[in-house]
Ligand binder design. Structure first.
Ligand SMILES: CC(C)(COP(=O)(O)OP(=O)(O)OC[C@H]1O[C@@H](n2cnc3c(N)ncnc32)[C@H](O)[C@@H]1OP(=O)(O)O)[C@@H](O)C(=O)NCCC(=O)NCCS
Length: 335
């Protein structure tokens, strides 16, 4: 494989912090409508857990410029025994020359020697080239995560008259993490983490895996990212207990994204998710956002129904793929 890369005058090397601007440029030419920033990627780089197993290659062209990345690692944000994840992205003009295949030929054996039985990856439903690449490499589709967007300018809150009164009458209080910190509530971050952990574990993901984050990892992703505003993290309280939340990821020069909405099982079906999302729309409109997005799993009818009633429109989703390294069949069949 190195021969093939040598013939292309391309080499693999360690990823460096200085590669981040070029990586962001490739990301933003690939996933145009949800742009990243150097600040965001630097934040992820800094908060990556140092002891997590990972093999990562930067791809460099003969003239020394960065043209892509291949990454295989243990998914530290999930409870996913036997699973490693794979990400490859190349600058568009360097695709279809066998570089993706050369990366795969190194990353896959790494996962295997680490004891992984399955590799997971994902790609956008409308990326035909990526789909062909993964099929050719022996991956099978195991699910899809829907993505949808809402036009905030056209959204009319009046359709949901009574939503706030309903939860207030049932004794709930709606607030934000910023307000809770200002009110000097004892350890609001930890209370929110506990709520997140309980509800995120219930999010159905393809491939028999569940979200499970350490407190530090969760803090850096949800509370400390450059896309976070603590006044954009909404909480429903019952007495002083946190029972519901919705959080926003605020992309710079892009749409807002609901990163997580969760209500504890005993408080579901009482309009909390609706009221929290309505509050988040008010926040977004006040902060000049015109579009908000959400990513949901196919097998999650309650949130899909809620989003449909709010007026979200379906966008191309993310296909989830699996390759078995053990010779066993994949864990699930496509939706
Ligand atoms: C997916 C991706 C990494 C593939 O890398 P690549 O270097 O272009 O792929 P390769 O040249 O090694 O392709 C290997 C085989 O996959 C298939 N393939 C790859 N791209 C294809 C395309 N655009 N159309 C049709 N088939 C394609 C072909 O069978 C190809 O072999 P061939 O050229 O001999 O016919 C690249 O397209 C990319 O960066 N996409 C955006 C990021 C992404 O979606 N990543 C998801 C996978 S982790």
């Amino acid at each position: 494989m190195q021969d093939h890369l040598t013939a292309l005058d391309v080499r693999l090397r360690d990823f460096r912090l200085e590669d981040i601007p070029a990586l962001v440029e490739i990301f933003n030419r690939t996933w145009v409508d949800e742009p990243s920033t150097v600040a965001q990627e630097e934040h992820w780089e800094k908060s990556y857990p140092k002891d997590n197993p990972r093999l990562r290659y930067a791809v460099e062209a003969g003239d020394g410029h960065f043209i892509g990345l291949g990454n295989c690692m243990r998914p530290f944000w999930m409870d996913a025994p036997g699973v490693y994840t794979l990400d490859i992205v190349l600058a568009p003009e360097w695709r279809r020359r066998g570089i993706g295949q050369a990366l795969l030929a190194r990353l896959e054996p790494y996962a295997h020697t680490q004891g992984a039985e399955r590799i997971h990856t994902d790609c956008r439903e409308d990326f035909d080239g990526s789909i062909r690449f993964l099929e050719r490499a022996g991956f099978s589709r195991i699910g899809i995560r829907f993505e949808s967007n809402l036009d905030l300018d056209a959204f009319d809150e009046a359709r949901f008259v009574g939503a706030f009164e309903r939860v207030a009458q049932a004794g709930y209080e709606l607030t934000t993490l910023a307000a809770e910190r200002a009110a000097e509530v004892i350890d609001p971050d930890r209370k929110l983490y506990d709520l997140y952990s309980v509800t995120a574990a219930d999010v159905p993901l393809p491939g028999d895996v569940h979200i499970q984050q350490s407190y530090d990892n969760w803090r850096s992703g949800m509370l400390e990212s450059p896309t976070t505003d603590l006044a954009g993290i909404f909480i429903a309280k019952s007495a002083d207990r946190y029972v519901g939340m919705t959080s926003l990821e605020l992309l710079k020069d892009g749409p807002a994204i609901t990163s997580m909405t969760g209500v504890t099982p005993e408080h579901r079906g009482r309009g909390l998710a609706l009221a929290l999302k309505l509050l988040s729309f008010r926040y977004l409109k006040a902060h000049g956002y015109h579009e908000t997005r959400t990513h949901n799993d196919t097998a999650n009818p309650p949130i899909l129904r809620l989003n449909e009633s709010l007026g979200y429109q379906r966008l191309p989703g993310w296909l989830v793929w699996e390759k078995s390294l053990s010779g066993e069949p994949t864990t699930a069949t496509p939706d």
